[in-house]
Design a protein around this ligand. Structure first.
Ligand code: IVH
Length: 697
């Protein structure tokens, strides 16, 4: 779709639009230019994974379009990049019939299966050798998209293959899927395209981490995450999942003219057409090969790269390349004869649930951990699996002695997919959840909203120990050479009782321990010393405050200068921070209202813990929770633009000077507001230059 010349033009145009920050009134016919520039950059980012401009520049252009469209709402088009957004709550997903039924693929598991399939195809076609394509079998949720007169008009889940759910508003949230494409240029009036919606491994990991921070069991695999995300009834939530999509098959074309597929004669050409029109296709991974032997070689080669891919695949799909030959081979009642899936080694295995141990975490949550018959899976031996909480045990219908199906995809933590109750022989036993803490023996509690039972004895040894382990861990204070094993050892020997104890270790006593030579002791001392000046966000995270994961800790760190600043913030004030809702806010508040915690923090300070504070300039453009007011004349920005930049970065614009104001940006000839602000302590007065620094522009 984009030639070198066109990209050059667009780069020049982008610069023009970015330069034009005084907001010269847009010519109505320029509006589509701006949209095209945005579409181009979305394509570079989401489809090609190769952006040409920064997120900030993109946001500026986007805001510009949004403002112009607000001014001329009659000029908004259905495929404008702004039309993806707009929060909408979906009531129902209407049932919709696919234009062509979505068949599934025949599976193959070894070379023999592939050779058999090839033999049959050759017999049916009368050919000696067939040209095949080989591409990844994406492990996500399949969808079909319909474009009519160039516009994306609907997206439907597979459903039962005939009828699926119309999830169009959610498909609009996936930026890799174009809202329009120039099908008219090749006479196509209506087209149905199939593909797979995925969540990449990184985003899946982040999503699972956020679930676990909330005490919710993580999802077993990215496929479930993608399928589940498509069924969420709030488009704003769907947008945050960062779904991606690959399109790999055209199932229906309605041409304006007779020539059915125009100049497209093969699957590879069809994908090339889709790619040119802005779709993400498996083009880079696609191989066109003659004969089944070359195919077999390729699938084995590709399997080796499986773990390096950013998304999950569960095999390869082999297709007859020639479309006419595809038609000739036709379908069985279940699947096409012209395609077959080659499945990679399963990442599932069966095992037996032998026993359950109950572990007490640093927040007192009692987690049942299933000990299972060891089984090799995805390169590691799995012998224990978290089974999260009592509800989870009931939902999965787990019993001691059960046969279970387990799964581990990529670097994902192993999960129990299900129990296999049909294999029970009557010897299975119910899993009894303890009523008291397995360590300190105090009664466990559970609130109505939560699924976990907790030991609420804050001095419970198990909790204290886990808190220390968390404090020294890699993502927290990263006290190298301390490690979980040493913490346990020192704790058991009473050399270490609490977190401040890390900085008061009796080195002389360590020297008498077996395995602690001069070198390891000096390494340990060095690591402890170094940790005293870790960045503030690490220190916050290391405290193990409930619901405060690394991301939240980073947000908090950007808004305080000293850990004890948090003691002064109300739940409401905390909630002004990005990602801090009432639950997280209340948890932080509770932590800093607890006297023992404050004493511990003061003690740590006395022991020399002085976390590194990042300056505001390094705020990464994050103004979340901060309030702003502009006064006087700005020279680089229009007032409205500066205000929308603040909002885009999470800040808020106030209408007047008051004690709630954090920043007053004073331009030229600032008057009474500036005078008033000077009198109120706490308001920071910035010049336009300072403001730009704050946003790092
Ligand atoms: S072609 C009519 N290509 O695998 C044939 N399917 O088990 C259309 N899948 O239902 C399917 N990657 O959801 C095709 N590159 C790929 C695929 C793929 C994943 C899914 C698809 C299909 C299922 C069959």
């Amino acid at each position: 779709m984009y030639t070198k010349e066109k990209i050059k033009d667009l780069q020049v145009d982008t610069k023009e639009w970015l330069k034009d920050s005084n907001g010269i009134a847009v010519q109505k016919n320029n509006l589509e230019d701006l949209r095209n520039i945005l579409r181009f950059h979305e394509h570079r980012y989401y489809v090609e994974n190769n952006p040409l401009i920064s997120d900030f520049e993109y946001d500026q252009l986007y805001k510009k379009l949004e403002n112009f469209e607000k001014e001329y709402p009659e000029l908004i088009t259905k495929d404008s990049p702004t039309q993806r957004v707009g929060t909408s709550l979906i009531k129902d997903f209407p049932k919709t019939r696919h234009l062509v039924p979505m068949l599934s693929l025949e599976n193959s598991y070894n070379e023999e299966d592939l050779k058999d399939w090839d033999r049959k195809a050759k017999e049916l076609s009368g050919l000696d050798e067939i040209e095949y394509t080989v591409e990844p079998k994406f492990d996500g949720a399949s969808i079909s998209l319909v474009y009519e007169n160039n516009l994306l008009t609907r997206g439907v889940t597979r459903g039962d293959g005939e009828i699926g759910d119309d999830i169009t508003p959610n498909i609009f949230q996936i930026k890799a899927i174009p809202l329009s494409a120039p099908f008219d240029t090749i006479n196509i009036q209506q087209i149905e395209i199939r593909g797979e919606i995925l969540i990449n491994k990184d985003n899946f990991k982040k999503y699972n981490e956020s679930l676990m921070e909330e005490g919710i069991p993580p999802l077993a695999n990215p496929r479930n995450a993608a399928a589940g995300s498509l069924r969420i009834k709030d488009t704003a939530v769907v947008r945050k999942r960062n779904l991606e999509g690959f399109l790999y098959h055209v199932s229906y074309i309605l041409n304006v003219q007779e020539d059915k597929k125009g100049s497209i004669h093969s699957h590879s050409e069809m994908l090339e057409m889709l790619r040119k029109f802005g779709f993400r296709t498996p083009q880079q991974e696609l191989k066109v090969l003659k004969g089944i032997h070359a195919v077999i070689k390729e699938v084995h080669e590709f399997e080796k790269q499986r773990d390096q891919l950013p998304y999950e695949i569960d095999g390869m799909v082999i297709k007859v390349n020639d479309l006419e030959l595809q038609e000739k081979l036709g379908m069985t009642s279940h699947h096409p004869r012209w395609a077959i899936a080659f499945k990679f080694k399963a990442r599932q295995a069966t095992s037996k649930l032998l026993s359950v141990e109950f572990q007490v975490g640093r927040t007192g949550a009692v987690t049942p951990v299933a000990k299972i018959q060891p089984v090799a899976l995805g390169g590691v031996t799995v012998s224990s699996i978290s089974i999260h909480n009592e509800d989870y045990i009931n939902e999965k219908d787990l019993m001691l002695g059960d046969n279970i199906l387990i799964e581990r995809s990529g670097d994902v933590i192993p999960q129990i997919v299900k129990s296999l109750p049909e294999l029970r022989d009557g010897h299975e036993k119910k899993i009894a959840f303890p009523k008291e803490c397995p360590i300190c023996k105090q009664a466990l509690y559970k609130t109505a909203e939560e699924a976990v039972w907790r030991c609420i004895n804050i001095n419970c040894k198990a909790q204290v120990l886990e808190r220390i382990i968390h404090f020294v861990s890699k993502d927290a204070m990263d006290i190298k050479s301390f490690g979980e094993a040493n913490v346990r050892k020192f704790f058991e020997m009473n050399l270490l009782k609490d977190i401040p104890g890390i900085y008061e270790l009796d080195i002389a006593k360590l020297k008498s321990l077996e395995g602690f030579g001069e070198k390891s002791i000096s390494n340990l001392q060095e690591a402890i010393e170094k940790s005293k000046h870790q960045p503030l966000h690490r220190f916050i995270y290391s405290l193990g405050i409930r619901y405060v994961g690394e991301t939240t800790a980073k947000t908090i760190a950007q808004h305080i200068h000293h850990i004890l600043d948090l003691q002064k913030l109300s739940v409401e004030e905390l909630m002004k921070l990005d990602d801090v809702g009432v639950k997280v806010g209340a948890s932080i508040h509770e932590f800093f209202q607890n006297n023992d915690n404050i004493l511990m923090l003061k003690k740590l300070e006395d022991l020399g813990i002085q976390p590194e504070i990042k300056q505001l300039e390094k705020m990464d453009g994050n103004l979340s929770g901060q309030t702003f007011l502009f006064t006087g004349t700005l020279t680089t920005f229009k007032r409205s633009e500066a205000e929308s930049m603040v909002e885009k970065h999470g800040g808020k614009i106030l209408s007047g000077v008051s004690s709630k104001l954090n920043y007053l940006i004073a331009g030229e000839d600032a008057g009474s507001k500036l005078e008033k602000a000077k009198k109120i302590p706490g308001i920071k007065i910035l010049s336009e230059e300072d403001f730009k620094k704050l946003l790092s522009v």
